[in-house]
Design a protein around this ligand. Structure first.
Ligand code: ADP
Ligand code: MG
Length: 341
């Protein structure tokens, strides 16, 4: 509808904007099983399997800073975050396309480094680079990767499948990537002020690694298959636990109760957070870029995952009316907010 009044993008937020722009689209092909609104789109393949498609865009100055991000790591991460979205549907990634827009000021050797990282990730996640596109850019570097994967029809795991009382679980640990970013940003500021000062990165390797070279948890998808567990809902943690549990709750039309004391965080993450005067739980809730899997399982499946060091139960789903809450260390119920709480 044409209107004289223009609205600022910030007033809607990312998800509001996506909803507004895509609201008028209907799926015309019966093979388009699911469109916008999950970690991947789902396309009909055959009776046994479906195709999964996902895409992510990384923009210099918005998603990465080449002052401290090595191009090889960037290439690896760009692939990992796409594979992660395929894992979040319980699927296996098989192909990627890579498109880049780059300023002619970039040396060829720098782009070769980027592609060396992409190649490493292709090996690590067992995916094939099958195409892409290349353009000159006015400035900087932009990378867009699309990943295609496959999933058995009876194992498709969407954000919308959780039921009340399902147990909420997370793989690995949270918050390290965010603290890695804080370290890199701090040392970059020091370097900008005085380029003769060497950065103090010693002792923070594990955090920096989680920020620069995150892994897609395809190993967890294998583990689900081995254990005979099909999560009822799942998402990968890209924006932070608070934001991503919100998506599971909204799409499943439920509430949740998380327990702060259960949320898995490495000691190094907590100590570094305190050094930065950040409350450790904030790193897990609002930090993001962990690329761990956040999922729900039926209570009767709990025996299959209980005690497995790869998974931590952190709460359970409730009714929508009960809201989305965190029980803090003092036993108090705090309403979760997607951004901060
Ligand atoms: P994720 O964090 O898992 O990559 P996003 O938050 O980027 O997911 O996207 C949420 C949903 O919105 C996905 O289904 C995605 O395909 C869709 N989406 C994002 N941006 C656009 C866009 N510009 N046009 C159409 N769909 C979009
Ligand atoms: Mg995702």
């Amino acid at each position: 509808m044409p209107t004289n009044k223009t609205n600022n993008i910030d007033s809607l937020g990312e998800f509001g904007l996506i909803n507004r722009l895509t609201a008028d689209f209907n799926l015309k092909n019966s093979t388009s099983l699911f469109g916008v609104g999950d970690d991947c789109a789902i396309v009909e393949l055959n009776d046994k399997e479906s195709l999964l498609i996902t895409t992510d865009l990384l923009v210099e100055g918005v998603h990465f800073n080449l002052m401290y991000v090595p191009l090889k790591h960037l290439g690896y991460k760009a692939v990992a975050i796409n594979v992660s979205d395929i894992c979040a549907m319980n699927g296996r990634a098989e192909q990627i396309t890579v498109s880049i827009a780059v300023s002619s000021k970039f040396p060829i050797e720098a782009l070769e480094e980027l592609y060396a990282g992409i190649n490493l990730a292709c090996d690590a996640f067992h995916v094939d680079l099958v195409g892409g596109d290349m353009s000159a850019a006015y400035a900087g570097l932009t990378i867009s990767i699309t990943a295609v994967g496959r999933i058995e029809n009876n194992k498709i795991t969407m954000r919308s499948g959780a039921s009340s009382k399902d147990i909420i679980m997370v793989t690995g640990s949270l918050g390290a990537s965010y603290m890695g970013l804080q370290i890199l940003e701090r040392e970059n500021e020091v370097f900008k002020a005085n380029s003769s000062v060497q950065p103090e990165l010693d002792g923070f390797d594990s955090l920096i690694q989680r920020q620069l070279k995150p892994e897609a948890r395809h190993d967890m998808v294998e583990l689900f298959a081995q254990l005979g567990v099909i999560p009822t809902s799942m998402i990968d943690i890209s924006d932070g636990l608070a934001s991503d549990i919100f998506h599971l709750c909204e799409k499943s039309e439920l509430g949740c109760q998380l327990f702060e004391e259960k949320i898995p965080m490495e000691d190094k993450t907590k100590l570094t957070a305190l050094e930065f005067n950040i409350s450790p739980i904030t790193c897990a809730l609002n930090g993001g870029e962990d690329y761990e899997l956040l999922f729900t399982i039926k209570q009767e499946d709990f025996d299959k995952v209980a005690g497995n060091p790869s998974f931590t139960p952190i709460g359970y789903m409730t009714s929508k009316e009960e809201g989305k809450n965190l029980v803090d260390m003092n036993g108090e119920l705090i309403p979760l907010k997607a951004q901060g709480w």
